[in-house]
Design a protein around this ligand. Structure first.
Ligand code: MG
Length: 244
């Protein structure tokens, strides 16, 4: 017991002594490094240091997931819309830790139910899906609804707006860490807000998204952002990302 108590006592004693010696408030000020100045955007537009992935005019930042060719979703009126059967689209650039902003709109003409209604999704680093679904008065399995880490973690809330209304999605992602042998040393984590409401808070991602079966990790480096073609006419606009 003495062996445990003595070091504890010493640590507390020295911390208290050190605390007593600090009399100048300046002693605990840290001046360097200064954070970089970032000019925020107006109305959720991209901050000055963001990479704009979609500004409403073209899909140049994306390619087809199927064949790496040109992304062929429809672009009109400042928005891009899933072209069913054309497949997912994926950013040309790859990312590690990031802050992602996008706006989405599920079809105003409501068709189907559950997972068959206004379904898309955002695959972080190409493999971890955070769900995008029309969840306005549309019940489905809880770990598959809007804001879920698909088939892993139920969102903290359902802040869905009505079909046809624009909604915001903000995602803070910490990439998983692997050692040189490819062993996972820290899982990916994600915080997400939909329409300003927190749906995931520092949630641990359990591995790559699986439709059937359990998720697992495979070592990887950076990865792109992939948007899902689930056959529904989901639209996107104002997409930007900040690498952290
Ligand atoms: Mg989906």
């Amino acid at each position: 017991m003495k062996r445990i108590l003595l070091p504890l006592f010493c640590t507390a004693f020295f911390a208290t002594t050190l605390q007593a010696q600090i009399t100048d408030p300046k002693a605990t000020e840290v001046w360097e490094p200064q954070p970089p100045v970032v000019t925020p955007g107006e109305n959720d537009k991209a901050p000055s240091d963001a990479i704009v992935l979609f500004d409403g005019t073209n899909l140049d930042a994306f390619k087809s997931y199927k064949d790496g060719g040109k992304a062929s979703w429809d672009v009109a009126d400042g928005a891009m819309t899933v072209k069913p059967q054309s497949g997912d689209i994926v950013t040309k650039k790859e990312f590690g830790d990031f802050q992602l902003h996008l706006e989405f709109r599920t079809p105003v003409v409501v068709k189907g139910e559950g997972q068959g209604r206004g379904n898309s999704g955002i695959f972080l680093q190409d493999r971890y899906e955070i769900q995008l679904l029309d969840c306005y008065q549309n019940k489905t399995y809880a770990n598959g609804q809007l804001g879920a880490i698909y088939k892993q973690t139920i969102p903290l809330a359902n802040p869905a707006r009505k079909p046809g209304e624009w909604q915001t999605y903000d995602i803070l992602f910490t990439a998983p860490r692997f050692n040189n042998d490819g062993i996972l040393v820290a899982p990916a984590r994600v915080t997400a807000l939909i329409n300003g409401v927190v749906v995931q808070l520092n949630t641990e991602i359990k591995g790559a998204t699986e439709y059937i079966g359990l998720p697992s990790y495979k070592a990887h480096f950076k990865g792109p952002i992939r948007l899902q073609d689930h056959g529904d006419l989901v639209s996107f606009r104002n997409i930007w990302i900040r690498e952290l």
